[in-house]
Design a protein around this ligand. Sequence first.
Ligand SMILES: [Cu+2]
Length: 131
Amino acid sequence: MRQTRALGRIGCLFGLLLAAPLAQSASKPVEVDVVMVDYSFEPDHLTLRQGVLYQLHLENHGNETHEFTAPVFFATATIDNSNVLDNKGSEITLQPGEKKDVFLTPHKPGRYDLRCADHDWYGMVGGITVK
Ligand SMILES: [Cu+2]
């Protein structure tokens, strides 16, 4: 009886030791960089994990205005700074030379469409996979 109680306490201690670093990593976002050029996303496909906080860092290195348009993906994610989104939360618009960060947590596994609303006809398309 005494032995099982002692084991229980050791189990609790291990739980605390394991929980501390996990809690820290959960609060720090995973940075994902996407560069927009005339006329593509680099990279053009993102693979994200559900329940993970990401800092999606976008830079427009092109000479044209580009959009990171992913309405269905954004609708299934929690966006911490939704003020960075345009067009009813469907996209992020970047002027030439502009940089923007969006902090988001995907929730629903699946494959989502990514495109530049202005240049999808020019092949500026990609995808987002949430696992
Ligand atoms: Cu574009």
